[in-house]
Ligand binder design. Structure first.
Ligand code: PLP
Length: 393
Protein backbone atom coordinates (compact mmCIF):
# COMPACT_ATOMS: atom_id res chain seq x y z
CA UNK A 1 0.00 0.00 0.00
CA UNK A 2 1.38 3.37 -1.01
CA UNK A 3 1.51 5.94 1.79
CA UNK A 4 1.10 9.65 1.14
CA UNK A 5 3.34 11.29 3.73
CA UNK A 6 2.49 14.71 2.25
CA UNK A 7 -1.02 14.37 3.63
CA UNK A 8 -1.20 16.85 6.53
CA UNK A 9 -2.41 15.57 9.90
CA UNK A 10 -3.73 18.15 12.33
CA UNK A 11 -2.15 17.27 15.66
CA UNK A 12 -3.45 20.26 17.59
CA UNK A 13 -5.70 19.61 20.57
CA UNK A 14 -4.59 15.99 20.86
CA UNK A 15 -2.52 16.51 24.02
CA UNK A 16 0.58 16.45 21.80
CA UNK A 17 3.72 17.61 23.57
CA UNK A 18 5.16 18.84 20.27
CA UNK A 19 2.11 20.77 19.03
CA UNK A 20 0.09 21.66 22.12
CA UNK A 21 2.76 22.37 24.73
CA UNK A 22 4.92 24.99 22.99
CA UNK A 23 3.77 27.69 25.45
CA UNK A 24 5.10 25.59 28.30
CA UNK A 25 8.40 24.63 26.66
CA UNK A 26 9.11 27.69 24.49
CA UNK A 27 6.99 30.46 26.02
CA UNK A 28 5.21 30.87 22.64
CA UNK A 29 2.10 29.48 21.01
CA UNK A 30 2.65 30.84 17.49
CA UNK A 31 5.71 28.75 16.64
CA UNK A 32 6.11 25.96 14.14
CA UNK A 33 6.96 22.88 16.21
CA UNK A 34 10.00 21.05 14.84
CA UNK A 35 11.42 19.77 18.08
CA UNK A 36 10.64 16.68 20.24
CA UNK A 37 11.43 13.41 18.46
CA UNK A 38 8.12 12.13 17.26
CA UNK A 39 6.77 12.26 13.70
CA UNK A 40 3.84 14.19 12.29
CA UNK A 41 2.80 11.06 10.32
CA UNK A 42 0.14 8.49 11.07
CA UNK A 43 1.47 5.10 12.16
CA UNK A 44 1.38 2.20 9.66
CA UNK A 45 -2.21 1.36 8.58
CA UNK A 46 -2.06 -2.21 9.98
CA UNK A 47 -1.20 -0.75 13.39
CA UNK A 48 -4.18 1.59 13.28
CA UNK A 49 -6.41 -1.29 12.21
CA UNK A 50 -5.12 -3.57 15.00
CA UNK A 51 -5.67 -0.81 17.57
CA UNK A 52 -9.21 -0.17 16.28
CA UNK A 53 -10.06 -3.83 16.66
CA UNK A 54 -8.57 -3.97 20.13
CA UNK A 55 -10.39 -0.80 21.18
CA UNK A 56 -13.68 -2.12 19.81
CA UNK A 57 -13.30 -5.24 21.91
CA UNK A 58 -14.09 -2.97 24.83
CA UNK A 59 -12.38 -4.91 27.64
CA UNK A 60 -8.97 -3.63 28.65
CA UNK A 61 -8.01 -5.99 31.44
CA UNK A 62 -4.51 -6.90 32.67
CA UNK A 63 -2.11 -8.21 30.07
CA UNK A 64 0.19 -11.19 30.24
CA UNK A 65 2.52 -10.41 27.36
CA UNK A 66 2.03 -13.28 24.87
CA UNK A 67 4.99 -15.17 23.42
CA UNK A 68 3.84 -14.08 19.98
CA UNK A 69 4.87 -10.53 20.92
CA UNK A 70 8.44 -11.60 21.58
CA UNK A 71 8.36 -13.67 18.38
CA UNK A 72 7.43 -10.54 16.43
CA UNK A 73 10.49 -8.74 17.85
CA UNK A 74 12.76 -11.72 17.19
CA UNK A 75 11.55 -11.93 13.58
CA UNK A 76 12.06 -8.20 13.14
CA UNK A 77 15.63 -8.36 14.44
CA UNK A 78 16.22 -11.24 12.08
CA UNK A 79 14.71 -9.80 8.94
CA UNK A 80 15.74 -6.17 9.46
CA UNK A 81 19.12 -6.54 11.18
CA UNK A 82 20.11 -10.11 10.29
CA UNK A 83 20.62 -10.96 13.97
CA UNK A 84 19.33 -13.87 16.03
CA UNK A 85 17.92 -12.78 19.37
CA UNK A 86 16.98 -15.56 21.75
CA UNK A 87 13.62 -15.41 23.48
CA UNK A 88 15.18 -15.49 26.95
CA UNK A 89 17.24 -12.39 26.26
CA UNK A 90 14.22 -10.10 25.88
CA UNK A 91 12.88 -8.05 28.76
CA UNK A 92 9.89 -5.73 28.20
CA UNK A 93 9.84 -2.25 29.69
CA UNK A 94 7.64 0.86 29.40
CA UNK A 95 10.26 2.94 27.61
CA UNK A 96 13.91 3.47 26.87
CA UNK A 97 14.60 6.42 29.16
CA UNK A 98 12.97 4.77 32.15
CA UNK A 99 15.08 1.69 31.35
CA UNK A 100 18.25 3.80 31.31
CA UNK A 101 17.35 5.20 34.75
CA UNK A 102 16.68 1.70 36.09
CA UNK A 103 19.91 0.34 34.60
CA UNK A 104 21.91 3.13 36.23
CA UNK A 105 20.27 2.32 39.57
CA UNK A 106 20.73 -1.40 39.12
CA UNK A 107 24.36 -1.61 37.99
CA UNK A 108 26.09 1.42 39.52
CA UNK A 109 26.28 3.00 42.98
CA UNK A 110 25.86 6.66 43.96
CA UNK A 111 29.11 8.53 43.42
CA UNK A 112 30.29 6.21 40.62
CA UNK A 113 30.94 7.44 37.09
CA UNK A 114 29.05 6.73 33.87
CA UNK A 115 30.56 7.58 30.47
CA UNK A 116 28.53 9.29 27.76
CA UNK A 117 29.44 11.12 24.55
CA UNK A 118 28.18 14.68 24.18
CA UNK A 119 26.57 16.44 22.48
CA UNK A 120 23.95 13.81 23.29
CA UNK A 121 20.23 13.28 24.03
CA UNK A 122 19.73 15.31 27.26
CA UNK A 123 18.18 12.55 29.42
CA UNK A 124 21.55 10.74 29.23
CA UNK A 125 22.90 13.42 31.59
CA UNK A 126 19.80 13.43 33.72
CA UNK A 127 19.53 9.69 34.39
CA UNK A 128 23.09 9.83 35.71
CA UNK A 129 22.90 13.06 37.71
CA UNK A 130 19.43 12.60 39.18
CA UNK A 131 20.59 9.26 40.53
CA UNK A 132 23.62 10.90 42.17
CA UNK A 133 26.11 9.32 39.78
CA UNK A 134 28.77 11.33 37.97
CA UNK A 135 28.95 12.07 34.25
CA UNK A 136 32.30 11.26 32.60
CA UNK A 137 32.03 12.91 29.21
CA UNK A 138 33.91 11.69 26.15
CA UNK A 139 33.05 14.68 23.95
CA UNK A 140 32.70 13.84 20.27
CA UNK A 141 35.02 15.56 17.79
CA UNK A 142 33.66 17.60 14.90
CA UNK A 143 36.03 17.38 11.95
CA UNK A 144 35.12 18.55 8.45
CA UNK A 145 31.41 18.45 9.16
CA UNK A 146 31.41 14.92 10.61
CA UNK A 147 31.57 13.69 14.18
CA UNK A 148 34.08 11.09 15.29
CA UNK A 149 35.18 9.57 18.58
CA UNK A 150 38.32 10.64 20.42
CA UNK A 151 39.38 7.11 21.41
CA UNK A 152 42.39 8.21 23.48
CA UNK A 153 40.06 10.34 25.59
CA UNK A 154 37.48 7.53 25.72
CA UNK A 155 40.09 5.15 27.14
CA UNK A 156 41.08 7.74 29.70
CA UNK A 157 37.46 8.23 30.72
CA UNK A 158 36.84 4.47 31.00
CA UNK A 159 40.01 3.73 33.01
CA UNK A 160 39.28 4.84 36.62
CA UNK A 161 38.05 2.08 38.95
CA UNK A 162 34.85 3.96 39.79
CA UNK A 163 33.66 4.05 36.14
CA UNK A 164 31.00 1.33 36.00
CA UNK A 165 28.93 1.99 32.89
CA UNK A 166 29.01 3.56 29.47
CA UNK A 167 25.77 4.63 27.77
CA UNK A 168 26.23 4.59 24.01
CA UNK A 169 23.80 6.27 21.64
CA UNK A 170 23.76 4.16 18.47
CA UNK A 171 22.75 5.63 16.03
CA UNK A 172 23.60 8.90 17.68
CA UNK A 173 21.08 11.60 18.55
CA UNK A 174 21.70 14.47 17.73
CA UNK A 175 24.83 14.16 15.55
CA UNK A 176 23.26 11.52 13.28
CA UNK A 177 26.22 9.14 13.17
CA UNK A 178 25.60 5.48 12.40
CA UNK A 179 28.71 4.02 14.01
CA UNK A 180 30.83 1.72 11.85
CA UNK A 181 31.83 -1.80 12.84
CA UNK A 182 35.37 -0.56 13.41
CA UNK A 183 34.20 2.17 15.81
CA UNK A 184 31.81 -0.14 17.64
CA UNK A 185 34.45 -2.81 18.01
CA UNK A 186 36.84 -0.28 19.55
CA UNK A 187 34.19 1.03 21.97
CA UNK A 188 33.23 -2.52 22.96
CA UNK A 189 36.84 -3.65 23.40
CA UNK A 190 37.65 -0.65 25.59
CA UNK A 191 34.63 -1.36 27.80
CA UNK A 192 35.72 -4.99 28.14
CA UNK A 193 39.32 -4.02 28.84
CA UNK A 194 38.28 -1.66 31.65
CA UNK A 195 35.47 -3.79 33.00
CA UNK A 196 32.76 -1.25 32.20
CA UNK A 197 29.21 -2.40 31.46
CA UNK A 198 28.01 -1.16 28.08
CA UNK A 199 24.43 0.04 27.72
CA UNK A 200 23.57 0.67 24.08
CA UNK A 201 20.53 2.83 23.32
CA UNK A 202 19.54 1.67 19.84
CA UNK A 203 16.12 3.32 19.67
CA UNK A 204 17.01 4.91 16.30
CA UNK A 205 18.37 1.64 14.83
CA UNK A 206 15.62 1.21 12.24
CA UNK A 207 15.86 4.76 10.92
CA UNK A 208 19.04 4.65 8.90
CA UNK A 209 19.54 6.04 5.40
CA UNK A 210 20.13 3.39 2.79
CA UNK A 211 23.85 3.81 2.22
CA UNK A 212 24.51 3.22 5.93
CA UNK A 213 24.14 0.13 8.01
CA UNK A 214 23.29 -0.14 11.70
CA UNK A 215 25.14 -2.86 13.53
CA UNK A 216 23.82 -3.93 16.96
CA UNK A 217 26.98 -3.74 19.07
CA UNK A 218 26.12 -6.86 21.10
CA UNK A 219 26.24 -8.93 17.90
CA UNK A 220 29.92 -8.26 17.16
CA UNK A 221 31.23 -11.00 19.46
CA UNK A 222 30.17 -13.31 22.29
CA UNK A 223 32.29 -11.30 24.74
CA UNK A 224 30.49 -8.13 23.77
CA UNK A 225 27.09 -9.83 23.97
CA UNK A 226 27.90 -10.80 27.55
CA UNK A 227 28.89 -7.22 28.44
CA UNK A 228 26.09 -5.32 26.67
CA UNK A 229 22.51 -4.38 27.50
CA UNK A 230 20.70 -2.99 24.46
CA UNK A 231 17.54 -0.90 24.46
CA UNK A 232 15.28 -1.17 21.41
CA UNK A 233 11.81 0.18 20.80
CA UNK A 234 9.11 0.50 18.14
CA UNK A 235 8.53 4.05 19.43
CA UNK A 236 10.66 6.00 16.97
CA UNK A 237 10.46 3.46 14.13
CA UNK A 238 6.66 3.39 13.81
CA UNK A 239 5.81 6.64 15.59
CA UNK A 240 4.38 5.02 18.71
CA UNK A 241 6.26 6.81 21.52
CA UNK A 242 3.05 7.90 23.25
CA UNK A 243 2.14 4.23 23.72
CA UNK A 244 5.26 3.65 25.82
CA UNK A 245 6.85 0.33 25.18
CA UNK A 246 10.42 -0.84 24.72
CA UNK A 247 12.52 -3.98 25.06
CA UNK A 248 15.92 -4.72 26.47
CA UNK A 249 18.18 -7.33 24.92
CA UNK A 250 20.23 -8.87 27.74
CA UNK A 251 22.10 -11.98 26.58
CA UNK A 252 24.06 -12.31 29.84
CA UNK A 253 21.91 -14.40 32.25
CA UNK A 254 23.47 -12.89 35.38
CA UNK A 255 22.85 -9.31 34.27
CA UNK A 256 19.36 -10.26 33.13
CA UNK A 257 18.47 -11.85 36.44
CA UNK A 258 19.75 -8.86 38.39
CA UNK A 259 17.71 -6.49 36.24
CA UNK A 260 14.59 -8.65 36.35
CA UNK A 261 14.81 -8.76 40.13
CA UNK A 262 14.80 -4.96 40.22
CA UNK A 263 11.73 -4.89 37.94
CA UNK A 264 9.98 -7.42 40.16
CA UNK A 265 10.79 -5.44 43.28
CA UNK A 266 9.30 -2.38 41.65
CA UNK A 267 6.26 -4.38 40.49
CA UNK A 268 6.98 -3.48 36.87
CA UNK A 269 5.39 -6.61 35.49
CA UNK A 270 2.81 -5.43 32.99
CA UNK A 271 2.55 -3.21 29.96
CA UNK A 272 -0.29 -1.19 28.56
CA UNK A 273 -2.54 -3.44 26.49
CA UNK A 274 -2.67 -1.03 23.53
CA UNK A 275 1.11 -0.69 23.42
CA UNK A 276 1.47 -4.44 23.04
CA UNK A 277 -1.18 -4.60 20.30
CA UNK A 278 0.40 -1.72 18.40
CA UNK A 279 4.01 -2.88 18.70
CA UNK A 280 3.12 -6.46 17.76
CA UNK A 281 1.34 -5.31 14.63
CA UNK A 282 4.07 -2.81 13.73
CA UNK A 283 6.87 -5.37 13.97
CA UNK A 284 4.84 -7.90 11.95
CA UNK A 285 3.37 -5.68 9.26
CA UNK A 286 5.24 -2.35 9.32
CA UNK A 287 8.26 -3.06 7.10
CA UNK A 288 6.93 -1.69 3.82
CA UNK A 289 5.57 1.43 5.55
CA UNK A 290 9.01 1.94 7.12
CA UNK A 291 10.79 1.61 3.76
CA UNK A 292 8.53 4.30 2.31
CA UNK A 293 8.97 6.47 5.38
CA UNK A 294 12.76 6.34 5.14
CA UNK A 295 12.57 7.34 1.46
CA UNK A 296 10.27 10.25 2.29
CA UNK A 297 12.44 11.50 5.16
CA UNK A 298 15.48 11.11 2.91
CA UNK A 299 13.70 13.37 0.42
CA UNK A 300 13.14 15.86 3.24
CA UNK A 301 16.81 15.68 4.14
CA UNK A 302 17.88 16.37 0.54
CA UNK A 303 15.40 19.25 0.40
CA UNK A 304 16.84 20.71 3.60
CA UNK A 305 20.46 20.28 2.47
CA UNK A 306 19.75 22.08 -0.82
CA UNK A 307 17.67 24.79 0.76
CA UNK A 308 20.13 25.66 3.50
CA UNK A 309 23.07 25.57 1.11
CA UNK A 310 21.33 27.94 -1.33
CA UNK A 311 19.38 30.26 0.95
CA UNK A 312 20.88 30.12 4.46
CA UNK A 313 24.61 29.55 3.85
CA UNK A 314 25.44 30.93 7.32
CA UNK A 315 24.03 27.67 8.72
CA UNK A 316 26.02 24.48 8.17
CA UNK A 317 24.10 21.21 8.22
CA UNK A 318 25.70 18.09 9.70
CA UNK A 319 24.30 15.49 7.27
CA UNK A 320 22.86 12.63 9.34
CA UNK A 321 23.53 9.00 8.43
CA UNK A 322 20.48 7.96 10.43
CA UNK A 323 17.60 9.44 12.50
CA UNK A 324 15.13 12.11 11.40
CA UNK A 325 16.86 14.67 13.58
CA UNK A 326 19.21 17.13 11.92
CA UNK A 327 21.98 19.00 13.71
CA UNK A 328 22.37 22.55 12.48
CA UNK A 329 25.61 24.41 13.11
CA UNK A 330 24.50 28.04 13.57
CA UNK A 331 27.74 29.35 15.02
CA UNK A 332 28.37 31.68 12.10
CA UNK A 333 25.31 33.68 13.14
CA UNK A 334 27.50 34.91 15.99
CA UNK A 335 24.86 34.60 18.72
CA UNK A 336 25.41 33.28 22.24
CA UNK A 337 23.68 29.89 22.77
CA UNK A 338 20.62 31.21 24.63
CA UNK A 339 20.33 34.21 22.29
CA UNK A 340 20.45 31.83 19.30
CA UNK A 341 17.67 29.69 20.73
CA UNK A 342 15.52 32.73 21.52
CA UNK A 343 16.22 34.08 18.03
CA UNK A 344 14.84 30.87 16.49
CA UNK A 345 11.77 31.03 18.74
CA UNK A 346 11.03 34.74 18.71
CA UNK A 347 12.30 35.85 15.28
CA UNK A 348 12.05 32.74 13.11
CA UNK A 349 9.04 31.41 15.04
CA UNK A 350 10.35 27.88 14.77
CA UNK A 351 10.55 25.66 17.85
CA UNK A 352 13.66 23.48 17.66
CA UNK A 353 15.79 21.92 20.41
CA UNK A 354 18.55 24.16 21.74
CA UNK A 355 21.98 22.71 20.95
CA UNK A 356 23.28 23.63 24.39
CA UNK A 357 20.72 21.30 26.01
CA UNK A 358 22.72 18.40 24.50
CA UNK A 359 25.74 19.27 26.68
CA UNK A 360 29.31 20.32 25.87
CA UNK A 361 29.85 20.77 22.14
CA UNK A 362 26.19 21.63 21.53
CA UNK A 363 26.59 25.38 21.97
CA UNK A 364 25.72 27.31 18.82
CA UNK A 365 23.66 24.43 17.35
CA UNK A 366 19.94 23.77 16.99
CA UNK A 367 18.33 20.38 16.35
CA UNK A 368 15.52 20.29 13.82
CA UNK A 369 13.07 17.39 13.43
CA UNK A 370 12.38 16.67 9.73
CA UNK A 371 9.79 13.90 10.23
CA UNK A 372 7.04 16.18 9.00
CA UNK A 373 5.36 16.91 5.68
CA UNK A 374 7.56 18.56 3.06
CA UNK A 375 5.25 21.60 3.23
CA UNK A 376 5.90 21.99 6.97
CA UNK A 377 9.63 21.61 6.42
CA UNK A 378 9.59 24.20 3.64
CA UNK A 379 7.65 26.60 5.88
CA UNK A 380 10.10 26.14 8.74
CA UNK A 381 13.11 26.74 6.51
CA UNK A 382 11.49 29.81 4.92
CA UNK A 383 10.94 31.28 8.39
CA UNK A 384 14.55 30.63 9.40
CA UNK A 385 15.82 32.10 6.12
CA UNK A 386 13.81 35.29 6.61
CA UNK A 387 14.92 35.73 10.22
CA UNK A 388 18.58 35.22 9.27
CA UNK A 389 18.21 37.78 6.45
CA UNK A 390 16.73 40.29 8.91
CA UNK A 391 19.57 39.61 11.32
CA UNK A 392 22.26 40.34 8.74
CA UNK A 393 20.57 43.46 7.32
C1 PLP B 1 18.46 8.30 22.02
C2 PLP B 1 17.07 8.28 22.58
N1 PLP B 1 16.75 7.43 23.55
C3 PLP B 1 15.50 7.36 24.07
C4 PLP B 1 14.50 8.20 23.61
C5 PLP B 1 13.13 8.13 24.22
O1 PLP B 1 12.75 6.83 24.45
P1 PLP B 1 11.42 6.47 25.24
O2 PLP B 1 10.34 7.34 24.70
O3 PLP B 1 11.20 5.02 24.96
O4 PLP B 1 11.69 6.73 26.69
C6 PLP B 1 14.79 9.11 22.59
C7 PLP B 1 13.76 10.05 22.12
O5 PLP B 1 14.03 11.02 21.47
C8 PLP B 1 16.10 9.15 22.06
O6 PLP B 1 16.43 9.99 21.07
Amino acid sequence: MEIDFNQPVNRKNTGSMKWDATAKWFGETEVLPMWVADMDFMSPPPVIEALKQRVEHGVYGYVDIPDSYHEAIINWMNSRHGRTVERDWLVTSPGVVVSLGLLVQCFTEPGEQVVIQSPVYPPFFEVIRRNDRIVANNELKLENGRYTIDFADLEQKLSPDDVKMMILCSPHNPVGRVWTKHELQKIGDLCLKHNVLLVSDEIHADLVYREHHHLPIWSISDELAMNTITCISPGKTFNLPGLQTASLIIPNPKLRETFQTLLKNLFFHANNVLSITAADSAYRHGASWLDQLIDYVRGNLDFLLNYVDKHIPQIKVIPPEGTYLVWLNCRELGLEPEALHQFMIKEAKVAMNAGSSFGPGGEGFERINIACSRATLAEGLKRIEQAVKNLSS
